[in-house]
Design a binder for this molecule. Structure first.
Ligand code: SME
Length: 163
């Protein structure tokens, strides 16, 4: 779509990129209800659409977060409730933006190249089903534009998938 208009992806604003990805995500989710399939495709859409360092999901299982579909380098496989950014987003059922991972007490380092991070919990009913974790090699990479769109995308994932 963008190619047809001859607008290079790197010239678009972050908001415009998210807007474009939303319609792609909508059509991907409309045809599929399997959660793992949907998490897999959305990890890919976000990684390649926004060029993040690491995009992935941790799924709640047996009172832990266990690594799910992701795009990027290998990562930690299990995170306890309340531990790290992911475990805190699960515990508090709230999005966490970390401008500088070295200033976040308890941050779990899976890859030393990560400098900032956002984690968005996927909540169905009152339970967290999974968390979306995105890492950047830049400091301060995430703001309210990211949290707004990513919360929308996560709630679409919950609505369109059998959790
Ligand atoms: N940094 C995360 C762990 C997951 S990795 O970044 C992929 C945390 O502190 O929860």
């Amino acid at each position: 779509m963008v190619e047809e208009l001859n607008i290079p992806l790197h010239h678009m604003s972050k908001e415009a990129k998210y807007q474009m990805l939303l319609s792609q995500i909508q059509s991907l989710l409309e045809g599929e209800r399997d959660m793992i399939a949907n998490l897999s495709n959305i990890a890919s859409v976000l990684k390649y659409g926004l060029n993040f360092f690491w995009v992935g999901f941790y799924i709640v299982k047996d009172q832990q977060l266990i690594l799910g579909p992701f795009q990027g380098p290998v990562a930690c496989t299990r995170i306890e409730k309340g531990k790290g950014v992911c475990g805190k987003a699960w515990l508090n059922q709230k999005t966490i933006i970390v401008p500088d991972v070295n200033s976040f007490p308890g941050h779990i380092t899976c890859n030393a190249a990560s400098k900032s991070e956002i984690v968005v919990p996927g909540i169905s009913g009152k339970k967290v089903i999974f968390v979306l974790d995105i890492d950047s090699t830049e400091l301060n990479a995430f703001d309210e534009i990211d949290s707004g769109y990513l919360e929308k995308i996560v709630s679409m994932l919950i609505d369109y998938s059998d959790c």
